[in-house]
Design a protein around this ligand. Sequence first.
Ligand code: MG
Length: 311
Amino acid sequence: MITVPPHLEIHDDRFTKLVHPMSRLEVIAEGFTWTEGPVWFGDRNCLLFSDIPSQRIMCWAEAEGVSVYRANSGFNNGNTRDRQGRLVGCRHGMRDVVRTEIDGTLTVLAESHDGKRLNSPNDVVVSSDGAVWFTDPTYGIISNFEGYRCDPEQFGRNVYRLSPKGELCTVVTDFAQPNGLCFSPDEATLYVAESGSSHDPSVPSVIRKFAVKGNSLRDLGVFAQIAPGLPDGMRCDILGNVWTSAADGVHCFAPDGSLIGKILVPQIVSNLCFGGADGHRLFITATAAVYSIFVDVQGAEPWTRRAKFEG
Ligand code: MG
C-alpha cells in the first residue's frame, strides 16, 4: 500500500487520479518577496513569474535555474499568453494591461475606462477569439508595496473584456475585489476569484462562476468557498477541475464544485499554472518561493500542453 505523503490531502477518490502519491513538492526558486503571475513558455522551455514588490519578472529553466527576464517591470502581477504566444501582463505601477511583442517591444492594451484610469489590473486571460479578460481590484494602489498609493478613479472594482477590436467593456461590476480568473476548457464558463476578505472580513472568500455569452457574462452564483484564506490565482485542467490558491496550499475543485483534494504548501499561495515538458507539471507561486509538483493531468490552456507553440 502506498502511503499518502503529508503534502497531499485527499477529500475524494477523484483526486487520487490527479496526483500520484509519489509526486514530490519541490522548491525550484526562492528568495523573493511576493511571487505571482506564473506562465509557462514551453517553446522556450521556461517559466516566467513576477516578483511584484521587487519589480521584476523572473525566468526559471530546468537547466539554467533562475534569471531576470525583465527588471523595472512596473510591479507586474498576473501574466498569460495570447494565441500568438505573446506575453500579456498586468502592471500595477502603470495601472495597465500590456502585451510584449515578439520583438520585445511593449504595447499597452488597456489603461483607462470611461476616461478614468484603471485601478491596478491584477490578473488576465485571453480567450481563443483574442479577447482579453482581466480583473481590476485596488491592491496596487492601496499601498506603496505593490505599486503606488493613489485614490481610485473608477466607480468600482470591475472585471473587463477588451474585444479583439480594442473596445473595453465591464462584464461584472459587483465584486469587492476581483482577482484571479480562468476559463473552463470549452470557454463556456469563466471562474473569477473574490478576494475582498483581505481587507473586509464580511466579504465571502469565494470563486464565482459565470456563463460566457459572447461578449458578456451571466452570473451562475458561487462555485466554491475557500478556507482557510482566500482565492487569488487559479487554473483549470483539461478535465474541467479548478485548481486554486488558498492560505494552506492549492485546492482542487471538481467541475461540480466539490473540493476533491489539496496540495499543502508551507507558504501562502498566490497563483499557479500548468506547464513542464509534457504539460502536466504544476508551478505554484507562494510568497517568497516557487514550488513545483508533477500531476497526472494537463492544463486547459492549449499552449501549455505542447513544446512547440500552437495557440
Ligand atoms: Mg492575483
